[in-house]
Design a protein around this ligand. Structure first.
Ligand SMILES: Nc1ncnc2c1ncn2[C@@H]1O[C@H](COP(=O)(O)OP(=O)(O)OP(=O)(O)O)[C@@H](O)[C@H]1O
Length: 121
């Protein structure tokens, strides 16, 4: 039981380290983090509802999670095949496509939340 708990705590430590590495080294992740701060301040300013906060945090998490996984896939691709290869290009394009889908979803959620506040409708 002790081993199980200490193993889980250690795993959590590695995960936090991974999130910190993304924030420290990945420009795309840093941009998304900055946007997350901006929309959080915007949410506070407009006093959005609890449901809108939930959707907003879900959208932020979705995009940053997709970006983190995309970064990991890119790193694996570069590690297993550092040279140019059409298959590696395809893998990276598909992984980037997943981030794009998450980002479009977040933009749609943001539009639904903020249109009424910005245009007073
Ligand atoms: N080894 C490779 N072989 C073939 N195509 C590649 C290779 N490396 C990159 N590409 C192409 O270049 C694109 C950008 O790849 P890259 O690894 O530079 O990602 P990136 O633009 O730095 O992504 P991010 O901004 O998320 O870090 C890929 O989507 C792919 O189309």
């Amino acid at each position: 039981m002790y081993k199980f708990i200490s193993g889980r705590i250690r795993g959590g430590g590695y995960a936090i380290k991974g999130a910190w590495l993304l924030l420290k080294h990945e420009p795309s992740f840093q941009v998304q983090f900055f946007i997350a701060i901006v929309v959080t301040i915007t949410g506070i300013y407009f006093e959005i509802t609890a449901t809108e906060w939930m959707f907003q945090f879900f959208a932020i998490g979705l995009v940053m999670c997709a970006e983190g996984l995309n970064t990991a896939i890119e790193a694996i691709a570069d590690f297993v095949h550092p040279d140019f290869h059409s298959k590696i290009g395809h893998i990276k394009d598909v992984a980037a496509g997943a981030v794009f889908v998450a980002a479009i979803t977040a933009v749609i959620i943001a539009a639904f939340i903020y249109f009424p506040y910005f245009f007073d409708i």
